[in-house]
Design a protein around this ligand. Structure first.
Ligand code: IMP
Ligand code: MG
Length: 336
């Protein structure tokens, strides 16, 4: 499929990073382009023993043959970007659209010192809210104005569209999750932009007619960081009892854990225009499935859960993650 969007179906941190990395290794995209808000997102990718947490570099960086892009809709923090490019060795194949909004130190201060954002909403403190506000007010600088970013600047939208036109595989990588969309989420406990598939396409400058597949990633046990409603949330005591403890990649705050939410999953899939579902954390539904790479290795408990997901969402589950490592995955997509 030439152009695939991968987005989070719940409140973020569904394991999109790993799904993007897996699909990239399978489908050999020439471009992996990141949409979404900005460095408030943290993608964790575990390759062998090594764990990477990226906030600006697309999480598909682990697939070394693709060019990595950051679409014009995304906010760029030049300090975070340059540090990560260096850390993961992406120089020479990573590009930023010149029109990206820039996060200044002052945006970060405003975010962290705002009673409303930092305390009430529980923002990540990465400056995204204030930077998007300034962008809407047309006060922000753009990436093309910063000399230190000059080596990376291209027209990402054009680059991506040319690749699609040439029939190359392209992945558009979403960040955040549906439940914290500014439009569709639990307002005001949301991030500073829409996070649905249409927004990710728009962030990269790709029109709706160019999209072939939308893979929505759901976590078997959804999580949420920051404040706001979470209808299937369980107590921390209960999640600890189940052995589920998670911390945010950006803020290191402990994540709130919930049970599967079929109603939210269905609504999220509808707005995202879901064509396929990826489900992560199946090893938490039944630890006996940990590390499985074939469907027939799954237990009946896990299969019952997957059938329930398909019924709730109304789309086929085609990718099943069975553990944190990249190779711990079952891929049921039709082979080309
Ligand atoms: P902000 O995007 O930093 O303004 O934070 C607003 C809300 O969105 C807070 O509840 C954050 O915890 C949440 N949030 C923002 N980005 C992410 C993400 O990538 N994963 C999970 N939660 C996020
Ligand atoms: Mg994350």
């Amino acid at each position: 499929m030439p152009c695939t969007i991968i987005v989070g179906g719940f409140f973020g941190d569904e394991g999109k990073g790993k799904i993007v990395a897996h699909i990239a290794h399978q489908d050999h995209p020439t471009i992996i382009s990141r949409g979404g808000v900005g460095p408030n997102a943290g993608h964790t990718v575990l390759v062998g023993e090594k764990e990477y947490g990226v906030r600006m570099v697309p999480s598909g960086f682990v697939y070394e043959k693709a060019d990595l892009c950051i679409g014009p809709g995304v906010l760029v923090d030049p300090r975070v970007f340059l540090r990560e490019v260096d850390q993961v060795g992406a120089s020479g194949r990573i590009y930023i659209d010149g029109r990206c909004g820039v996060i200044e130190e002052e945006h970060i201060t405003r975010d962290q010192e705002s009673e409303h954002l930092a305390k009430k909403i529980g923002s990540t403190g990465s400056g995204c809210g204030p930077a998007n506000a300034d962008r809407v007010l047309r006060l922000s600088r753009q990436a093309k104005e910063l000399p230190e970013l000059a080596p990376y600047i291209v027209d990402v939208a054009e680059k991506v569209n040319i690749a699609i036109k040439n029939g190359e595989n392209v992945i558009l990588e979403g960040t955040q999750g549906f439940g914290i969309s500014l439009y569709f989420g639990t307002y005001p406990y949301v991030t500073s932009k829409d996070t649905s598939a249409s927004q990710i396409a728009a962030d990269c400058g790709v029109g709706p007619t160019q999209i072939d597949d939308v893979i929505v990633v759901f976590k078997a046990f959804p999580t949420r960081v920051g404040e706001g409603p979470f209808s299937t949330e369980m107590t921390l005591d209960k999640s600890h009892e189940m052995g589920i403890v998670e911390y945010g990649t950006v803020t290191h705050r402990e994540r709130r854990i919930g049970n599967w939410d079929g109603q939210m999953a269905r609504y999220s899939a509808m707005i995202n225009g879901c064509t396929q579902v990826a489900i992560t954390g199946i090893d938490r539904v039944d630890p006996a499935c940990s590390g499985a790479t074939r469907y027939d290795q799954l237990t009946e408990t896990a299969k019952v859960f997957i059938r329930q997901v398909e019924e709730d969402v109304g789309c086929p589950v085609t990718i099943i993650s069975t553990g944190p490592e990249l190779s711990q995955i079952i891929d049921l997509r039709k082979r080309k």
